[in-house]
Design a protein around this ligand. Structure first.
Ligand SMILES: Cc1cc2nc3c(=O)[nH]c(=O)nc-3n(C[C@H](O)[C@H](O)[C@H](O)COP(=O)(O)OP(=O)(O)OC[C@H]3O[C@@H](n4cnc5c(N)ncnc54)[C@H](O)[C@@H]3O)c2cc1C
Length: 306
């Protein structure tokens, strides 16, 4: 019997969040590609326990990583660092059979929560898109993965992705919010957002979901800008909008103090963004760690939260 080692009662994150008496931090990690980097990675993860995160999420296939990497790092974060771990799972190009087998493996190592995603079509190393037809796969949208998981694996807690600055493929903000709401209606019980910089976009997302009758937790994702290069990368990756206030602060910092000053300005902006998100009612903050401890520790300290 494969489920022998699994705890009897699943620990669903949305229920934990519902019971939380104060805002929390959670962390996103990506699995190191090279096994030689794993000890350093685990050291970083252990250092970040200092901020008492409610859970850690682990990306899946993003940036060329594999599903095995995600499984291995999920297990190590859970067993060696005592994190409550929520691995990501994408369904682009996947069969129902493969998804079921993967979920069974997760249950087998005691994982109760996943972040259910569609994912993006495959890209070549030179970042050109490979010809790809959505209709060839068994899943076309994350909502279908949510339906599949909640029907077949009802004891899993399911989070989905939301986009304060609408998803780049969404034809309008309205359509974006409707499709996001559909994932929650399909059985997801919480939402984690893409990184963004304008708090008003988060407020808009939450209020539109509330007006559709959905009151599930919406956890904003925050990433401090570390350099102009990282800013360009983020903007290209997820279509986030950059407020003029942030851009001017980064430019001024660059002129006066170069790279280090830019990093400092990014941190000050992110700390202010977190304070404003919590004041707007966010239940907690999901930090995009980029597997780096120092920036996150300094950020949380700047907010006054360690
Ligand atoms: C918090 C977070 C974590 C992430 N982690 C990873 C990761 O680990 N690995 C990875 O590869 N990627 C990851 N991504 C990126 C994500 O896979 C991409 O943004 C992807 O393009 C969309 O995934 P989704 O789950 O939001 O898709 P969907 O919810 O399916 O939405 C994709 C697009 O389709 C539209 N849409 C949805 N349903 C319908 C419908 N029924 N009819 C018409 N249009 C529809 C939506 O409006 C949207 O524009 C992450 C994103 C976030 C926000």
């Amino acid at each position: 019997m494969v489920l022998d080692t699994v705890a009897e009662v699943a620990l669903k994150l949305a229920e934990l969040i519902g019971r939380a008496t104060r805002p929390f931090y959670s962390l996103e990690f990506f699995p190191p590609k090279d096994s030689a980097q794993i000890p350093g990675f685990l050291e970083t993860a252990a250092r970040l326990k200092k901020i008492n995160p409610l859970f850690a999420s682990v990306t899946y296939g993003a940036g060329g990583g594999s599903q095995d990497n995600t499984l291995g790092i999920t297990r190590q974060l859970s067993e060696e660092c005592s994190y409550l771990v929520m691995p990501h799972l994408t369904c682009v190009g996947a069969s129902r059979e493969r998804i079921s087998a993967y979920l069974a493996q997760l249950r087998n190592i005691g994982i109760d929560n996943i972040l259910a995603l569609r994912g993006d079509p495959p890209q070549t190393a030179a970042s050109g898109a490979i010809p790809f037809s959505w209709s060839s796969g068994e899943f076309q949208h994350a909502s279908e993965l949510v339906e599949y998981v909640s029907a077949g694996f009802p004891d899993f807690g399911i989070a989905v992705a939301g986009y304060p600055a609408p998803h780049p493929e969404s034809p309008s903000i309205e359509q974006d919010r409707v499709h996001t709401g559909r994932k929650l209606m399909a059985g997801a019980d919480m939402l984690i957002t893409q990184m963004f910089f304008d708090v008003r976009e988060y407020v808009d997302l939450v209020s539109r979901l509330r007006s559709m009758g959905m009151d599930k937790p919406v956890i904003p994702g925050v990433m401090p800008i570390r350099s102009f290069e990282s800013l360009r990368h983020v903007l290209g990756l997820c279509g986030a909008n950059i407020p003029a206030r942030l851009y001017i602060a980064l430019e001024e910092a660059d002129r006066k103090g170069g790279e280090e000053a830019v990093r400092e300005a990014g941190l000050i902006f992110a700390a202010d963004q977190i304070r404003r998100l919590l004041a707007a009612g966010a239940p907690g903050i999901h930090l995009y760690t980029l597997n780096k401890a120092e920036t996150c520790l300094r950020l949380v300290e700047a907010v006054g939260g360690i």
